[in-house]
Design a protein around this ligand. Structure first.
Ligand code: NAD
Ligand code: DAU
Length: 377
């Protein structure tokens, strides 16, 4: 068990970004980590096998909505920071069933804030000076952009469009209010789309890799011209470390890699990488597997992040380009077939059937493989 005054409490550390963050944190020797995770379908202890026995790591299975539990963890471990990742994170699931999103993302954040506030109030002056509550949020709170609109900046008005985005926006507002009213030393980060190792294959990039490897169709929503701004997950982890270390209290920092790509461009690049890295595949060219399906309701057309505040004020820079990061990612999935197999059974199959069976095939939006490479930037 960790004895720590120098530890951090991470929530949702068994998920995609949380586990990458925890692995990077411990690899950098930055101090002990206590990881509170409910282990929903998205939480996977296998992501953390390499550190499971470390004296620097403690795992607690539990719910951020459990006030008694989160209070007792803060008392017991006396963390110098809370890094709050835990959330329901998939937009399509929020459309199919919003309740869990409101519960975890709003009530869970509220519960954590209350516990952190009581914990902070009882700290010594020195302890208060060090303490941080880092709330990990999303660019989806800002809504959608037209093709020519400037990227989201920290002053862009909130305009969430999906139940997921609305729940995250609500949680951001709660954090803001706890700073303003109670003086909690919190910072919010709003990040663009992440990709990289350990991402659950319900999200675009790992889904396309997993399906293509099995010769299954690659479901592209609508016309595939929606634009996302992609960031390699390791760069998100380094941004969070930077904000934790040097960010100003009560501030918001937007995090993004300046990699706007249409979904069709992303799928095309994934397919080209698979053609190259799996030359013996009988499904080549993988792009032939693309299938246009009915669009996501309320689908945001474009996200783009202006990260100049984080870059200029705190000196952070993304290290991976989209090309280098995506190659690493595809290689990781190719080298970790067992990980994919383990997460794509049972409940995953039910979700795939529920999300995709009703969408049908949109023949009218079928593109040729040449056109598939062209996208709005
Ligand atoms: P994820 O779905 O992969 O992981 C979420 C983790 O939270 C899982 O381990 C899950 O078990 C845990 N969890 C869920 N409900 C919980 C509860 N009630 N109590 C305790 N643990 C619970 O999510 P992710 O993609 O790693 O995202 C992490 C955070 O980053 C989220 O807050 C998300 O909104 C934010 N974010 C994600 C992205 C992205 O592209 N994935 C981009 C910007 C911001
Ligand atoms: O922008 C940050 C957000 O990025 C995070 O806050 C969310 O947690 C994260 O899930 C992600 O949201 P998106 O909805 O953008 O990600 P997703 O991978 O689900 O979809 C990316 C794009 O690809 C989106 O335009 C929808 C499209 N898509 C997705 C799937 C799963 C498809 O065309 N086909 C698919 O099968």
């Amino acid at each position: 068990m960790i004895e720590c005054s120098d530890c951090i409490l991470v929530t949702g550390g068994a998920g995609f970004i949380g586990s990458n963050f925890v692995l990077d944190w411990l690899a950098a020797g930055l101090g002990p980590v206590v990881n509170l995770d409910k282990l929903t379908y998205a939480g996977n202890p296998a992501n953390l096998t390499s550190i499971a026995q470390s004296a620097e790591y403690t795992f607690v299975q539990g719910d951020i909505c459990d006030a008694e539990l989160v209070t007792s963890l803060m008392q017991k471990y006396q963390p110098r920071a809370v890094i709050h990742f835990a959330a329901e994170s998939h937009v399509d699931r929020s459309i199919a069933g919003p309740e869990a999103f409101l519960r975890t993302n709003i009530n869970g954040t509220f519960t954590l804030l209350q516990a952190a506030r009581a914990y902070y109030d009882a700290l010594t002056k020195e302890g208060q000076g060090r303490f941080r509550f880092l709330h990990v949020s999303t660019d989806e709170v800002y809504g959608t952009l037209t093709p020519e609109a400037p990227a989201f900046h920290e002053e862009t008005p909130y305009a969430p469009n999906s139940p997921y985005a609305a729940s995250k926006a609500s949680s951001d507002h709660l954090v803001r209010a706890w700073v303003h009213t109670y003086g909690l030393p919190a910072i919010i980060t709003n990040c663009s789309n992440n990709y990289g190792p350990y991402q659950f294959p319900e999200k675009l990039i790992p889904l396309m890799i997993a399906n293509a490897l099995q010769g299954k169709s690659l479901p592209v929503y609508g016309d595939g011209q929606q634009v996302r701004d992609w960031l390699y997950v390791g760069d998100h982890a380094s941004a969070l470390r930077t904000v934790l270390e040097r960010g100003r209290l009560g501030e918001t920092y937007n995090v993004g890699g300046g990699n706007q790509r249409s979904n069709l461009e992303v799928v095309t690049t994934v397919c080209a990488l698979l053609d190259e890295l799996v030359p013996q595949s009988t499904f080549k060219p993988h792009l032939q597997l693309v299938k246009y399906v009915t669009d996501r309701p309320g689908h945001d057309r474009r996200y783009a992040i202006d990260a100049r505040k984080l870059e200029g004020e705190l000196g952070w820079r993304a290290q991976e380009s989209f090309e280098t990061g995506l190659r690493k990612t595809v290689e990781w999935y190719l080298g970790n077939a067992e990980w994919i197999e383990n997460v794509t059974s049972g409940a995953y199959q039910q979700w795939m059937a529920q999300n995709y069976s009703g969408r049908g095939h949109k023949a009218s939006e079928q593109r040729t493989t040449t056109e598939a490479g062209e996208g709005a930037r």
